[in-house]
Design a protein around this ligand. Sequence first.
Ligand code: FE2
Length: 370
Amino acid sequence: MQKLRNKATQVNSARLDLLDKLVNKIKSENKEDRLLESIMRLTCSVVNAAASSLLLLDEGNQELLFKTAGVTEGKQLRRLHVSRQSGIIGWIARNGKPLIVNDAEKNRQMHQFIDEATGFRTRSAIGVPLIMNGKVAGVVEVLNKLDGTDFSRQDLQILTGVATTTALAIEKVRLNTNLLKSYKSTVNALVSLADAKETSGGGHSRRVSEYALIGAADMALSSKQKQTIEYAAILHDIGKLSIPDNILNKSGNPTDEEWEVIRKHPVVGYELLKDIPFLQEASRLVLYHHERYDGKGYPQGLQGEGIPIGARLLAVADAFDNMTTEHSYRAALNRQHAFAELRRCANSQFCPVAVKAFNSGFVKSRLSGK
Ligand SMILES: [Fe+2]
């Protein structure tokens, strides 16, 4: 009796541990395939199974397609389609109910199709339907206990928990992916609009992004910081959408009132972007891209290292492109002159570290033929 109780406690603790790991995985993983693979790997080890697989229903032809398969024949299994009419998997998908089979050898027709294709011989199996939005969206199954024993009711409970968590995880990842896609297409549309308002014939944002990344490559920045700099560079002048064309394209000097309007564009850009989840960090760089190292910039007059490094780099990249591009009101400077100007203004307008990184990054990228 005591032994049984100990066994039940062990199973419960394994289940809690598994669910805990699953929740952590779901929080951190945004790629559906990778998420499903790690969920199935964890499940396999907790129920002590030789193999596990997850199939999703193709609504179009009503077939189940292997998404992950934790056996050596994984690549082969992934390509397989299973009809809803065939075997254990088909039965579970049709009926929306779980199934334990501990005598698969006696029911060879249940697994024959997959076993023949992969060489994997199924002795025992548990399958559970994956329910999404109230409908069967797939099947999760584990095969063959490694110690040769039968699958138990507790194993079934674990797999049922896994199926519920997996369905939620897939929904979360798909929602995030769709949201991200729609944000990105909105942002691209905004960038094209901002580009169309330029006085230099377009492409400024993309060139600033290229230059900022060249500088970033020469600094000890994480890949996340570089990604933030790339987004911010593409979007740094998005706030110019709020500046009327007659001010933006004016050939003479702007009046004081017009300057007031122009100087608002970093704040307008920040306000536009700050609530978009993947652009929150980038929006801060957009806000500070006209700050100066000596504190004479805008909108807040930040100084030196008080300005985020990404924004200091953006300021350098932005100025370099402005100098080396022809505008309706003046000719382009050659690159040598533009670099000399950046160096002359290091420590006053520009951060010296950012100027140096951009300069040496530029030389290296030219040498490597990029
Ligand atoms: Fe700007």
